[in-house]
Write a protein that binds this ligand. Structure first.
Ligand SMILES: NC(=O)c1ccc[n+]([C@@H]2O[C@H](COP(=O)([O-])OP(=O)(O)OC[C@H]3O[C@@H](n4cnc5c(N)ncnc54)[C@H](O)[C@@H]3O)[C@@H](O)[C@H]2O)c1
Length: 444
């Protein structure tokens, strides 16, 4: 099939490449000339495990092309995916200006039947808005389909090639057949393609992300309780996770969720609820808990340094909002950096993939190390903000040699508390500070 993907970011590039991988002819469109030039020259623009190999192969086989011209990109395509940004607008609702802007342009361009597919995360009712925006200038027949994307950065290729499910919202039989055929190679093992109406499909995506964000915030609150009651959140996590109704995944506490999806999608669902006069109380709390959690290491750090970190130097491992990506959008590490800089501390940072993005954002405000051990040189303490695998079993001798003090504040619970304390470290993590309660009051 001939496919166009408009918007060649994290979702668009993975979508385009994976559809090319199953033999389709794909043109990716983006307004960013530099990005399109790079991709056309065979250089990948994001870090995503497994993507580069597919990108190179499909470009070589001429099934994958890039252009800045919407007209050229969609001319021959039967299916046009919109993988455009939907950032939070001023009031928290998803800003649809990119999606509706392109929809209007498409109305002027398309001359024969096309299926236009919303892959961006968009509020309920957007498919109707997209349809109206296209129809304003269009005489041809077309269908608008809602096909939310569930891929996770870091495992995006695997998620796309073997999705748990594909959700397709459409009321058109013709579009349903085309979309079913397109996705057939991805669900050969029997994972479901779930057809539904457009509105339900749009809400499914927000419900999924909001539920996951809620699970994280719930565990973060349990971790807070553990610290105050003398319980170990790792034990509690294992205790509840073995109940099938709860499940083992997404129960790890830490310094909050970030990324380009959870924060904005939770906010947008709260806003959508308000618009229909519903007060989504749980999600409002989820957001509040997450904001607090992002800085939950700070009081521990300040306490250790006698209430003041002015003039202290910190080493920070991990900048990406999660491992295996270079994405730093809404990364908790950035909140930590800003807070420490605000307190007069200096910071040297290291991340295996996200350094360039942080350099663009923060410039000279922090120092950058070439590797995780150089980062520690002369630092008063190490802070861990992202659970990259290479941080899990580090060379502790090198850590001890480089750090000024044997002090680690771990926002991702990477180490066994007892083992690291045996090595002589002062170690604080999340929800595992076993306290001994006396008369209901917890002491360390
Ligand atoms: N990143 C994820 O993990 C993920 C997962 C599922 C869903 N989503 C949703 O997918 C959508 C895209 O997210 P993303 O992370 O890929 O965003 P992104 O910012 O990485 O990519 C968007 C791309 O669109 C391009 N663009 C902007 N305006 C354009 C225009 N008029 N014409 C052509 N290109 C244009 C930008 O230059 C950019 O390359 C969002 O709605 C997001 O919520 C993201």
């Amino acid at each position: 099939m001939k496919i166009a993907v408009v918007g060649t970011g994290y979702v668009g590039l993975v979508t385009g490449t994976c559809f090319a991988e199953t033999g389709n002819d794909v043109t990716c469109v983006d307004i960013d000339q530099a990005k399109v030039d790079k991709l056309t020259n065979g250089q990948i623009t994001i870090y995503e495990p497994g993507l580069e190999k597919l990108f190179v192969r499909n470009q070589r086989e001429e099934r994958l092309r890039f252009t800045t011209s919407l007209v050229d990109g969609v001319r021959d395509a039967m299916i046009i995916f919109l993988a455009l940004p939907t950032p939070p607008g001023e009031n928290g609702s998803a800003d649809l200006k990119y999606v509706l802007g392109v929809a209007e342009d498409l109305g002027k361009i398309i001359k024969d039947y096309k299926v236009i597919v919303d892959k961006s995360t968009v509020p309920v009712g957007t498919a109707e808005k997209v349809r109206a925006a296209i129809a304003k200038n269009c005489k041809t027949e077309f269908d608008v389909v809602s096909n939310p994307e569930f891929l996770r950065e870091g495992v995006a290729v695997e998620d796309f090639m073997k999705p748990d499910r594909v959700v397709i919202g459409t009321s058109s039989e013709r579009a349903r057949k085309i979309m079913g055929d397109l996705y057939a190679p991805f669900v050969r093992q029997g994972n479901p393609v779930i057809f539904m109406d457009e509105r339900s499909a749009e809400l499914t995506k927000y419900a999924a992300n909001s539920f996951l964000a809620t699970k994280i915030s719930f565990m973060n609150e349990i971790a807070q309780l553990c610290e105050r009651l003398g319980a170990d959140v790792d034990m509690v996590r294992r205790g509840i996770g073995s109940d099938e109704r709860i499940g083992k995944r997404f129960l790890f506490p830490g310094i909050g969720y970030g990324g380009s999806c959870f924060p904005k999608d939770v906010k947008a669902l709260v806003k959508s609820s308000k618009e229909v006069e519903y007060d989504f109380k749980i999600l409002k709390s989820v957001m509040e808990v997450n904001e607090t959690q992002k800085l939950s290491l700070l009081p521990k750090i300040k306490k250790y340094f006698g209430g003041n970190v002015k003039g202290k130097r910190f080493a920070l491992w991990g900048l990406a909002f999660k491992p295996n990506t270079d994405d730093i959008r809404e990364a908790p590490a950035l909140d930590m950096i800003n807070a420490l800089l605000g307190e007069g501390a200096s910071i040297c940072v290291y991340d295996p993939e996200a350094m360039n993005n942080v350099k663009i954002l923060l410039g000279e405000k922090v120092m950058y190390a070439d590797n995780q051990y150089d980062c520690l040189q002369s630092a008063d303490a190490l802070i861990i903000a992202t659970e990259w695998n290479e941080f899990r079993t580090p060379n502790f001798l090198k850590i001890v040699t480089a750090l000024k003090n044997k002090v680690i504040f771990d926002g991702r619970n990477l180490f066994e508390t007892d083992a690291i304390r045996e090595l002589g470290f002062y170690y604080e993590s999340i929800g595992r500070e076993i306290a001994i309660p006396t008369n209901g009051i917890a002491h360390k």
